[in-house]
Design a protein around this ligand. Structure first.
Ligand code: COI
Length: 359
């Protein structure tokens, strides 16, 4: 509380993009938040400035050794014209855990939330209102410190940028569809003891090769298996994965290689509130495919801030297709999407009481 961020407004605001053709991550707003960290001084000089390029030394250690962390959040236009954030404290706490893993100094939860709120407030006209759209918020930390030696930096930048977006998977903002998912057997995303639970760039760049293979296989995303035995189901693309088998819902337990998704946690809590049995456990790929083949796997979906709830219509494994629910969107996936997106946009009540923060 009580942070006094200096605000310098742009002299040349940009034209807003067409809300019906936003895509994901194509447009950025007029301002950004910047804050410095220097050893001995801590985080200081939080400020909002016109959006623009950063000047960075080519030897900056983040550019070489990927010492960085980030978050993903969204702001939504509510029916009263106000703006809703969704569980921002969860992102603030997760960033602290990511920072611990990457040897980056923590940012206080209050400071993080107040910085996000201040920036969204300055660019509040950029929060879109078309069905399925939102303002994606990307807080991230990098180090500008020139150093080719591999060690934690003593200088960092905390930056927040904003991007008006439609659905992560094209079309899902208008109507959900079942994505085709490639079961990846060769490459892995994260190993226990590694950085899988943290949100850092390396977890995403190492997945691109498998996503490229998935596209060649006619699929939209990858289903990741565990690093050690390539036997247990972990995540789907950049999201958490859920499977409904014989009426019970399964998602991977937080083994250390799984990202503790805010939407994952929200979906589990909502389903338990509705009386749906949810078990967090490591599911074997063989059991999952057997359940797909005999029809007991009736629904599957991914959850994430960017994708919200994205149904999975088909699994492709070693050249064989395993459709789920005839590739149609399941009832529970649709209900979860409608409830979460409804709460986020303020068109449905916040049944959990304190998930929605309005500004
Ligand atoms: C998110 O869901 O916010 C993510 O971080 C996924 C992303 C890499 C687009």
């Amino acid at each position: 509380m009580g942070y006094d961020f200096k605000i310098t407004r742009t002299a040349s605001p940009k034209a807003k993009p067409d809300q019906t053709a936003l895509g994901f991550g194509k447009y950025y707003t007029d301002h950004m938040f910047l804050m410095d960290y220097d050893e001995g001084q801590g985080w200081h000089d939080g400020r909002i400035v016109p959006y623009g390029p950063l000047s960075i030394d080519p030897a900056a250690c983040t550019l070489h050794y990927a010492q960085m962390t980030f978050e993903g959040m969204k702001a939504y236009r509510n029916p009263e014209g106000g703006i809703n954030l969704f569980r921002p404290d969860m992102n603030a706490k997760r960033l602290q855990n990511s920072n611990d893993r990457l040897c980056i100094p923590r940012i206080d939860v209050d400071l993080f939330i107040e910085a996000v709120k201040a920036l969204v407030d300055v660019d509040r006209d950029w929060v879109p209102e078309a069905q399925g759209t939102s303002l994606y918020i990307r807080p991230f930390i990098i180090s500008p410190e020139p150093s080719m030696a591999v060690h934690p930096a003593s200088k960092y930048w905390f930056i927040i940028i904003l991007s008006p977006v439609a659905a992560y998977y094209e079309g899902n903002d208008k109507e959900l569809h079942g994505s085709r998912i490639w079961v990846e057997e060769e490459y892995i995303r994260a190993a226990v003891g590694g950085t899988g639970f943290a949100k850092c760039g390396g977890n995403y760049s190492c997945g691109m090769i498998a996503a490229t293979e998935a596209k060649k296989q006619g699929c939209e995303e990858v289903l990741w298996l565990d690093a050690k035995e390539h036997k247990y189901v972990e995540e789907v693309g950049t999201s958490n994965a859920f499977f409904k088998i014989n009426g019970k819902v399964y998602t991977s337990s937080l083994t250390g290689s799984i990202l503790p998704g805010v939407t994952r946690d929200s979906a589990i809590r909502l389903m338990r509130k509705w009386g749906v049995e949810v078990e967090e456990k490591r599911l074997e790929i063989d059991d999952l495919l057997a359940a797909a083949a005999d029809g007991s796997l009736t629904e599957a979906w991914a959850t994430g801030t960017a994708c919200v709830v994205s149904p999975i219509g088909l699994l492709r494994y070693r050249g064989e297709n395993f459709p789920i629910n005839g590739e149609k969107v399941g009832e529970l996936s649709q209900k979860l999407y409608d409830t979460l997106y409804g709460m986020q946009t303020g068109t449905a009540p916040d049944v959990m009481g304190d998930w929605v923060v309005t500004l």
